[in-house]
Design a protein around this ligand. Structure first.
Ligand code: CA2
Length: 142
């Protein structure tokens, strides 16, 4: 089984700025936790971050047939990107939308997700644990 983790814009800054919102854990530390979990469960994972919408679109397209599930923190593109939504829909890879913060409890513009309707489910508000919860959810999808 193979799970692809994709992270959108600014998530490379995790742990360095705004710790009151996003916590002190860096994206590399989250990746290490997921890789540990994956090893213990005999699952293969890829873990990528990009600040570029088109690069995320390409990775989503390439997930088709190569990964059993996609865990996506699309960051700000969650609220704006028809391109990501279309890519998820076209690729057909079962996708879980995740967020560190509880977007429903934040500014109104974060309440709308353009990608949620084409995802299997959403996990938000558990900090770096959102990634581990999504890992478990992804395993249970297949
Ligand atoms: O809570 C999440 O995971 C978000 O996807 C994070 C996005 C935000 O636009 C979404 O509404 C919710 C922002 C990621 C920016 O990450 C930073 C981390 C540290 C410092 C600055 C930004």
């Amino acid at each position: 089984m193979k799970i692809l983790f994709l992270n959108g814009p600014n998530l490379n800054m995790l742990g360095q700025r705004e710790p009151e919102i996003y916590g002190r854990t860096t994206l590399s530390e989250i990746e290490a936790t997921i890789r540990r979990l994956a090893k213990s469960r005999g699952v293969e994972v890829d873990f990528w971050q990009s600040n570029l919408e088109g690069e995320l679109v390409t990775w989503i397209q390439e997930s088709a047939g190569n990964f059993d599930a996609l865990v996506l923190n699309a960051a700000a593109y969650t609220h704006t990107s028809v391109a990501l939504r279309d890519a998820i829909s076209a690729a057909g890879t079962p996708t879980i939308e995740i967020h560190l913060s509880n977007t429903a409890a934040r500014e109104e513009f974060r309440h709308r997700s353009l990608i949620a309707p084409v995802c299997r489910g959403v996990i938000a508000g558990f900090g770096s644990m959102s990634y581990s919860l999504a890992f478990e959810a992804a395993i249970s999808l297949t």
